[in-house]
Design a protein around this ligand. Structure first.
Ligand SMILES: Nc1ncnc2c1ncn2[C@@H]1O[C@H](COP(=O)(O)OP(=O)(O)OP(=O)(O)O)[C@@H](O)[C@H]1O
Ligand SMILES: [Mg+2]
Length: 285
């Protein structure tokens, strides 16, 4: 079942002088079993939107349907706990998620909260650590003495350990080195192939192009575009309009087009682009 977002509005600090409408009526359908990127300028509402997917934020108006749950204004706490077993959210800032004294206890917190025994939880922690590129030497360390990238790995492990059906990742590659970031993306794609729906907030258009099926563009709390990834990258002007730097291959294509080369819109990978250039060079010979 797809995820449906219907006229979703979110107002922070409603009724105070700081009132701010961060989401202004979002209508959206996110396909089950796919990898969907949520992109947009800073402050466009990406984190606010994804925090609704596991009920961390509740709509001020409108509703969402996800994994058989309806998230409406005034949703009760007991419903939210069941939802969080199905939908795992990794925060943009891992510090917000980590709080236990040791990494082992931090990652074990979720499983224990959902009924695992101490022993079961410890076993699960040992299984999940290598998935995020860490080993058992981390178990007794404090999550607060780690680097930003290591903290992010622990935060991701703390959600993966719950084996959610839907994995929502708010800038999961931020703070990781390029190899760490692509390893992490490979892990998410593997989990997607095993059946998980992945929703990913990202500023990295190379990742979006390489790994995602669908793209949602937010602008000032509204959906500006929603399409499959191919259609999205066939319209580089959509990125330019909202100040996003297109991937290298698209920048090269735009540069060639400006210089008068005839590059078709659906030319989106190196091999196709090279072939197009080769043919046009030949025609000039
Ligand atoms: N707790 C809050 N209280 C009041 N306003 C908030 C709060 N959190 C976010 N906002 C405001 O809501 C808007 C959307 O914020 P949000 O964090 O969703 O943006 P974002 O697209 O995730 O940005 P970024 O790319 O910087 O992470 C921003 O203008 C922000 O200032
Ligand atoms: Mg954000």
């Amino acid at each position: 079942m797809s995820i449906k977002v219907n006229k979703l509005e979110h107002i922070y600090s409603k009724g105070t002088p700081f009132e701010y409408k961060a989401l202004q009526g979002i209508d959206l359908e996110i396909r089950e079993g796919k990898v969907t990127a949520i992109i947009g300028e800073t402050g466009s509402g990406k984190s606010t939107l994804v925090q609704h997917l596991n009920g961390l934020l509740i709509p001020t108006a409108g509703e969402l349907e996800i994994c058989g749950f309806k998230i409406l204004p005034l949703l009760k706490n007991k419903d939210i706990k069941k939802l969080r077993k199905e939908v795992g959210l990794v925060f943009q800032f891992p510090e917000y998620q980590l709080f236990e004294e040791t990494i082992e206890r931090d990652i074990a917190f979720g499983p224990k909260n959902f009924g695992a025994t101490e022993e079961e939880a410890k076993e699960l922690v040992k299984k999940v650590l290598p998935l995020v590129g860490l080993d058992e030497s981390y178990l007794e360390r404090s999550p607060f003495e780690l680097s930003g990238g290591q903290k992010r790995r622990i935060a991701i492990a703390g959600i993966l350990v719950l084996d959610p059906k839907v994995l929502v990742l708010d800038e999961p590659a931020a703070g990781l080195d390029p190899k760490g970031a692509s390893d992490m993306m490979d892990l998410f794609i593997r989990l997607n192939k095993e059946g998980k729906t992945i929703i990913l907030v990202s500023h990295d258009m190379e990742h979006v192009m390489k790994y995602c099926d669908d793209v949602v563009v937010l602008d000032d709390g509204k959906v500006k575009h929603a399409s499959d990834v191919k259609t999205f990258f066939e319209h580089p002007e959509w990125m330019v309009q909202i100040g996003i730097n297109p991937p290298a291959i698209i920048r090269l294509k735009m540069m060639l087009q400006e210089k008068g080369w005839n590059i078709p819109a659906d030319c989106l990978d190196e091999d196709t682009l090279l072939e197009v250039i080769r043919k046009q060079v030949k025609n000039h010979e």
